[in-house]
Design a protein around this ligand. Structure first.
Ligand code: DQQ
Length: 539
């Protein structure tokens, strides 16, 4: 297999070649899903950024169109960076895109708009950037080189639109709020919607309502009872995305995180792996909110990407909603992904004693979807959480207590993208700890043994997060979407998600294997395991 093809995905979104980053302006309009994304038409490294454009009717199979937005005017000559779409309601609803334009070599950022040239073109191929751009420039109080990524707009009861623009001042991340009556003239609100000290620049903010009663999505402008709001920001320094659940005070136009939600480095993350610059949109056709996120390459050097001729994929779009606890979000691959499933194989009630593993045969393990529910009969063997780990990230605990370190209840899970004799493998697993009389569930997606390539130079993080799950029914479930160089995993029905990018050298194509394993004292039962080969999607 050629170096260009060896790690290309089969069903994750990626164009045939070159660099991609942030998903932009996702929307559903007149029966068609639109995905725009940051794209370098000239190479496999970041630069020359345009808004590439693809359309779909199922979020899985895509048709590529010409770039929708690209540098051409004084207000975006040096770059067309990230932004969002809003559907303006009315007799004939109309989409409008807000994006960040770079106006000079000093990286000055302004907010622009673009509209479809022809609303009767079902694919909205051509976009116009009218001459009254830019709509928003930074005032004196704003650092104009850190002022970008406008959100989808929402409409207040006063009939005024609102958007957020991400920024920073003295290390305090900011979601600057603007209001407009006509979408053209925007006024900065006296206060940002929210800020948080020592978090650095807030890239790609996202702000949306979620229901406390059901898992359906809500329109971004929805205002009513029994809802919470979510504010998500992408933190440049760690490349992690954090969110809080809270209350939107529509009178003061301020967002207040709940006391169960922590702002910043110790807070909740949409994904504990390689997932950045994400954005949600409301899909009225299926009454759901959908999340798109970018999973960058993590091979050793950009030169690897140049050799491959491509870099970056989009994670599988996920339905996103508020957990019934009200404390966190839950995410699950969109149901349309199931249309790619074939050759189902099953395991039922299979016991795994300490040190045992079982191979899942009859599917293509390098391009697969696997759902498994593990059960156990007691919590007696759970190991103690070492209090010296209290200040560590879950990721560091996973590095210390990997899949090879024998435990009490766990580690158990899947060995994805494994070579036949386990020279290479990416384990996705649970490990349960006890802290006084409480249980702490760690979920890991550990890339440290994923490849034999350039061992010392490769970035092979032991990604991990904790799972806030009730263990009284003595079950833990896991779903992994395996696709050549990506393992995208959903723990406990989507409470904790981890996306890993890995570059096996042996465990490729028909040489890859998939196992379920247990390396804990407590016997684990695979209650149900369902695995499928995945067909290629059109992209
Ligand atoms: N990527 C865009 C910016 C954004 C960053 C530039 C996040 O608009 O802040 O390609 O990945």
């Amino acid at each position: 297999v050629s170096v260009r093809k060896i790690h290309r995905t089969g069903y994750h979104f990626q164009p045939p070649k070159h660099w991609i980053n942030d998903p932009n302006g996702p929307m559903y309009y007149n029966g068609v899903y639109h995905l725009f994304y940051q794209y370098n038409p000239k190479g496999a490294v970041w630069g020359n950024i345009v808004w590439a454009h693809s359309v779909s009717t199922d979020l899985i199979n895509w048709a590529r169109l010409e770039p929708a937005i690209y540098p051409s005017k004084v207000f975006d000559k040096y770059g067309t960076w990230s932004g969002s779409a809003t559907i303006l309601p009315g007799k004939k609803p109309k989409p409008i895109i807000l994006y960040t334009g770079i106006v000079d070599a000093k990286n000055t950022q302004v907010q622009n708009y673009a509209i479809p040239a022809n609303l009767s073109d079902p694919f909205l191929r051509k976009w116009i950037k009218p001459d009254n751009n830019p709509l928003i420039v930074a005032d004196k109080s704003i650092n104009k080189t850190q002022f970008r990524d406008p959100t989808t707009a929402w409409l207040g009861r006063d009939g005024h639109w609102r958007i957020l623009v991400g920024s920073v001042r003295k290390h305090r991340g900011k979601a600057i709020l603007y209001r407009s009556k006509d979408f053209m003239k925007w006024t900065k609100a006296q206060h940002p919607l929210h800020t948080s000290a020592n978090t650095g620049n807030w890239e790609c903010p996202d702000f949306f309502p979620v229901s406390l009663e059901h898992s359906n999505g809500l329109d971004t402008s929805f205002d009513g009872d029994n809802i919470k709001h979510v504010l998500k920001v992408s933190l440049d320094l760690t490349r992690f995305e954090y969110y809080t659940v809270g209350t939107y005070d529509t009178k003061k136009d301020r967002y207040i995180p709940d006391n169960t939600s922590i702002d910043g480095w110790k807070g909740l993350r949409l994904d504990y792996g390689n997932f950045y610059a994400s954005k949600t949109f409301y899909d009225p056709s299926k009454n759901r909110r959908i999340l798109w996120g970018w999973a960058n390459e993590s091979d050793a050097f950009p030169i690897d990407d140049v050799k491959k001729g491509w870099a970056g994929i989009q994670a599988i779009p996920r339905k996103i909603w508020l957990d019934p606890s009200g404390k966190q979000l839950v995410q699950w691959p969109v149901e349309e992904l199931k249309t790619l499933r074939k050759n189902e194989v099953q395991l039922r009630n299979q016991k795994l004693n300490k040190g045992e593993k079982v191979e899942v045969k009859g599917i293509t393990p390098a391009q697969a979807d696997v759902e498994v529910t593990f059960s156990f009969s007691s919590l007696d063997n759970v190991e103690e959480f070492d209090s010296s780990w209290d200040d560590l990230y879950a990721q560091d605990v996973c590095a210390i207590r990997g899949s090879n370190v024998q435990g009490g209840l766990g580690p158990f899970g899947l060995l994805t993208l494994s070579s036949e004799n386990l020279e290479e493998y990416t384990p996705v697993f649970f490990r349960v700890f006890k802290v006084q009389d409480k249980y702490k569930v760690l979920m890991c997606s550990d890339a440290s043994r994923s490849t034999l390539k350039d061992s010392k130079k490769m970035y092979k993080p032991s990604f991990a997060g904790y799972v806030d799950v009730d263990l009284t029914d003595k079950k833990l479930s896991l779903r992994s979407l395996i696709d050549h160089s990506v393992v995208e995993s959903f723990g406990a029905g989507g409470k904790t998600c981890i996306t890993s990018r890995v570059y096996p050298t042996l465990a490729i194509h028909d040489k890859a294997h998939l196992f379920a394993f247990n390396n804990g004292t407590e016997t684990i039962t695979i209650e149900t395991l369902d695995a499928w080969s995945m067909a290629k999607s059109k992209r």
